[in-house]
Design a protein around this ligand. Sequence first.
Ligand code: SF4
Ligand code: SF4
Length: 389
Amino acid sequence: MRNFSLKNTIWKNPGHELDEIAQHVTDREKKIILIGRAEEIQEFLKSNDCIEIYGVSPTNEWKNEKIKVVDLQEVFQSAQEYIFVCVSHERNEYESIKGQITRFHPKFCENENFFQGEVFRSIWYVYEKNEIKIDRIEIFLTPCCTLNCEKCIAFIPYFKDREPTTLDMLKRDADLLFAKVDYIYKLKLLGGEGFLYPYLVEYIDYLYCCYGEKIGSVRIGTNGTVFPSKAILECCKRHDIIIDISDYTAAVPERCKLSEMVELFKGEGIKYDIKRVGEQWLDMGFPNEIPEEKNQEQLLTHFQKCAMFCRDFYDGKLFFCCSNFAAVRTGLFPENENDYLDFTQEFSKKELLEYELGYSKLGHTTFCRMCFGCSEEANSRHVEVAKQM
Ligand code: SF4
Ligand code: SF4
């Protein structure tokens, strides 16, 4: 999840940082109105059916007649009766809707009567149901890859140790993770190249056998140069796995097998998504270039602008930032206990929620001083996709 609405993420009172905000989130006197694009509102309704929604205000055409569309001008007349939740995943859309709302009603206050959807949902589940639901976690399978991309976000070309993660460690990690987390919407299995992991089938079977009811979807990341084995295809069908194929056609046309792969998945009835069509990458800098030194305040601002969306679970530790994890795993950046939550230790669901929203001792990761950031808001250094070294 990208948290771009809660700021000041320095831990002062772990387990109680969100108590005040949670009082607003769980205020049963208030009626909840969802704002955003129709598709995103539908997605929110589908995956959060125990949150009672009063009405919606879609920014495009709305087809669901069961939920009423409210006239914002009208509800603003008695705005204190409502909570407005913006379900947009895009920061600029969120900021634009926030701007419109505060212009209408200058007394509107972020995290009091106006919320970012994912933040609202995660607080609601912990404080109302004592359930911690995490948006996305990556699992690192192997540093082996068929490509050697200079600006790889996982720093694959710079790994010293090329050993895949052992199956025993992955199983132990799954046991530790699901002992404390109630639900993960997206579990992404990555390398390196996901299809090169030798124990992929055994690992996925283990996940579904033991924790299937706690997982929204499992996705495997591939760079589109390696065909999966028959056993992997059967496993994907068995568990309804989604394959995320990176489109590197422009960068490595002679290696890329995107269209053949799409035909294969269509023929087998396997779900897939094609990623990075027409995109550019952001150059994080590491390990060759280090940003200018920042003071503590600047680092906090950098961290908040970056709003890193994905966590990484490895060796019993939930790293807040997957690039931070990758830098540690290359052996070129030191591990620091500020940057992960140790799942072999005791902590409450409220502390885990705070951590998921960015809280830590420093309020940012120690790697933030080495890194230009992974979002447009933090980093304007665009580079071409998958340029080979
Ligand atoms: S294909 Fe993906 S994992 Fe492999 S080096 Fe390129 S960006 Fe990194
Ligand atoms: S280390 Fe880089 S990518 Fe990670 S949170 Fe900090 S600025 Fe963002």
